[in-house]
Design a protein around this ligand. Structure first.
Ligand SMILES: Cc1ncc(COP(=O)(O)O)c(C=O)c1O
Length: 453
């Protein structure tokens, strides 16, 4: 370990050798691309009854063990469809995590319902079941846990509370296809689930999503929401159903074909991710001040995102955690290790919640809640701590190249064994929040030599 080598941010050699093959995602192999061309040449490439769409629905249904599946245009559409299918409407309250991607809370708004935020656990970053009951009122109708970053949420605890209060549970499975919780597949752990299969996800198909449910009555209801165009129907009004609100949530056949190829390899691709991430965790675990992801033994992690947490106090530093993070991110970036503070805001701090009157004056939209709903970010201390203080996310390594893991770990060793020097860095303002998401940009702002990748 060359941990005392001169840091790249001060002109030393980068920990990442030149020319190394970087993570590239998605990765479609030749037979997937050939199959896509065949579909384009030979098959029906539009409509909800195209063979690729029907086969994707059937294969996802079989994979997770849920009887009813529907391929749609995005994960957000799948979430909205799940809320509609569950009968969530105007004035209903739906519990969502305070920290996640925006879509869960916003799709609640799309139904005229009110998102109520639940704080997160400090180690899994998922919705904290111990915080749920205090958020429940007579208006509460549903809970949307998210398997954040790929780690399944505490579904047993969440389902038990839901049962006690008669609530529907909708999994946001976007980050965790293929992950297993107590022997069951993510996507089949609740009344319904929504999956995103956009290009960044573990099951990447460009832009698309899949809604699934255990309940026939949920499934029967979905056609009221969208214009489900089916070519193979004998009459026009059957091709274009008339009793519908008519959202266009149709899934592209190109996306479905790509998703099917990746679904066939999902376990293999997730396995590579897991192997590399576990190798990285084993190395980072030995570095004082770095806390790798915690994975309970009763579930697997899909490692859509690989999040490390920092503990500056444990290495005797009294630096404000946000400053610590910004400097470490910059020093790691100079070493060729891309980290960033992924989504360094919490959902209840979005303008639509904190300044709804401004939002209403700019757009043709009105808040579904009365004046008595006010959103205060300080009500979610764990979520706030996570985004303001000490954690960051690296893209989960996916290249079938174990060496890259060792270079990343070496970059961490270098930076963490010279923290006193790192803390003296004078950062350009653009790097102060740790949110810069591009390695070249970090290196340009720091003025360090750019390795060629
Ligand atoms: C946790 C989570 N849920 C839902 C979505 C929405 O998916 P889509 O972008 O396909 O609409 C995303 C998207 O990134 C996400 O990260």
């Amino acid at each position: 370990m060359n941990s005392k080598e001169k840091l790249a941010v001060f002109g030393g050699q980068s920990a990442m050798p030149e020319g190394i093959e970087r993570t590239r995602w998605p990765r479609y192999n030749d037979s997937e691309l050939e199959e896509l061309c065949r579909v384009l040449r030979e098959e029906q490439i539009g409509g909800c009854d195209a063979p690729q769409i029907l086969k994707l629905e059937e294969e996802w249904s079989q994979k997770i063990g849920t009887p009813y599946c529907c391929a749609v245009g995005s994960g957000t559409a799948a979430l909205h469809m799940a809320l509609w299918a569950a009968g969530i409407g105007k004035g209903d309250e739906v519990l969502v995590p305070a920290y996640t991607f925006l879509s869960g809370a916003l799709s609640v708004l799309h139904q005229g319902a009110v998102p109520i935020f639940v704080d997160i656990q400090p180690d899994s970053y998922n919705m904290d079941p111990s915080q749920i009951e205090k958020c429940i009122t007579p208006k509460t109708k549903a809970i949307i846990p998210v398997h954040l970053g790929g780690l399944p949420a505490d579904m047993d605890e969440i389902n038990t509370i839901a049962k006690k209060y008669g609530l529907v549970v909708i999994e946001d499975a976007a980050h965790a296809p293929g992950a297993i919780y107590k022997g069951k597949m993510v996507g089949n752990l609740a009344d319904a689930s929504a999956l995103s299969i956009n290009a960044m996800k573990n099951l990447p198909a460009g832009e698309a999503g899949i809604f699934s449910t255990q309940h026939q009555e949920f499934f029967d209801r979905i056609d009221g929401l969208w214009l489900r165009v089916r070519f193979h129907k004998p009459r026009e009004e059957m091709k274009y159903p008339l009793a519908t609100l008519g959202y266009n949530y149709r899934c592209s056949v190109i996306a479905a074909a790509l998703a099917r190829g990746q679904l066939a390899r999902l376990d293999e691709l997730n396995g590579t991710r897991r192997q590399l991430c576990e190798r990285l965790s084993a190395q980072l675990d030995r570095i004082p001040g770095v806390i790798p992801p915690h994975v309970p033994t009763d579930r697997t992690h899909a490692y859509h995102l690989y999040r490390v947490r920092f503990d500056p106090k444990s290495v005797g530093l009294q630096v404000p955690p946000s400053e610590f993070r910004a400097k470490v991110v910059a020093a790691l970036g100079a070493e060729g290790v891309l980290c960033r503070a992924w989504m360094n805001w919490i959902i209840p701090s979005l303008p639509i919640f904190t300044k709804p009157e401004t939002f209403e004056s700019q757009y043709p939209w009105q808040r579904p809640w009365q004046q008595n709903y006010t959103y205060k970010p300080q009500d979610y201390p764990e979520a706030i701590k996570l985004v303001q203080e000490t954690s960051l996310v690296m893209e989960a390594p996916t290249a079938a190249n174990k060496k890259i893991i060792d270079y990343i770990a070496n970059g961490f060793w270098k930076v963490f064994s010279q923290l006193d020097a790192v803390m003296k860095l004078d950062l350009p303002p653009e790097l102060l929040d740790g949110g810069t998401a591009n390695l070249e940009e970090i290196q340009k702002l720091l003025g360090v030599a750019r390795p060629t990748f």
